[in-house]
Design a protein around this ligand. Structure first.
Ligand SMILES: [Zn+2]
Length: 243
């Protein structure tokens, strides 16, 4: 009997048969994994509420032919439960969980950076020190960066001419100079690009002092940029309430 143990965050669950669930998780060492939790939908389940989306857990699985089976779960922190009472933060948590799944294309491929980003993002949301909308945008930008798609906020992403430039390409690498700009371009305020750079590098002092209009513009640019880089759009992103 082959067992393995890891720390993980529950990304999603699906019903399986009468009483079971398939649980999709992003784990520290094994990347994205799926396990069957048997009897989890019965009221007396030994797993309790520990396998809900947003739960940070210590989990043990038994390797199976089609699916691994969850054999033990210990709660580390149930971020999902902490966030359910606040609609905006819950929808942001959902968008973060969905993004983490989409940016880990292969199961069992270690994705430590994305895992740490995920845990950090959920923790920041529950601490509620920063605007939740900024936390989401920082998470999206950094997930893009881990995937190798970080948009340029200064130099031209095509010819590398030093910036900042007036144009931002939504279907390319971000900032572009006047000579290189494609037809689908935005012309964001320079402060919006500075905000995005601050979110990408974790400069929260700058990000927290940004103005609402720049936050809104950054939201739009990041969402459009992300939707273009993912094959299918994120289902949960349009549900996020931006204040
Ligand atoms: Zn250029």
């Amino acid at each position: 009997m082959t067992l393995y143990r890891d720390e993980a965050v529950v990304l999603r669950t699906q019903k399986l048969g009468e009483a079971d669930r398939i649980v999709t998780m992003l784990s520290r060492e094994h990347g994205r994994i799926r396990g069957v939790a048997k009897g989890v939908r019965r009221t007396m389940s030994k797993f309790g509420a520990r396998l809900e989306p947003g739960s940070h857990i210590d989990v043990q699985l038994h390797v199976g032919k089609t699916f691994d089976t969850v054999t033990q779960v210990e709660a580390i922190m149930n971020y999902g439960e902490l966030l359910t009472e606040d609609y905006q933060r819950w929808t942001i948590a959902s968008a973060i969980l969905e993004t983490a799944e989409r940016f880990t294309a292969q199961e069992y491929e270690p994705a430590l950076q994305e895992y740490l980003l995920l845990v950090g993002g959920l923790k920041a949301l529950t601490e509620n020190i920063h605007d939740p909308s900024l936390i989401l945008d920082a998470f999206l930008l950094r997930s893009l960066a881990i995937g190798g798609y970080a948009p340029s906020m200064t130099i031209c992403s095509r010819c590398e001419k030093p910036g900042p430039h007036r144009y931002f390409s939504l279907v390319g690498g971000g900032s572009v100079c006047a000579e290189c700009r494609p037809s689908a371009c935005a012309t964001p305020a320079p402060e919006t690009l500075s905000l995005m750079a601050a979110l990408l590098t974790g400069d929260w002092a700058s990000a927290d002092s940004s103005e609402n209009r720049n936050r809104r513009e950054a939201n739009g640019l990041i969402a459009a940029y992300l939707q273009w880089h993912l094959e299918r759009g994120l289902r949960s992103l349009p549900l996020v309430e931006r204040v």
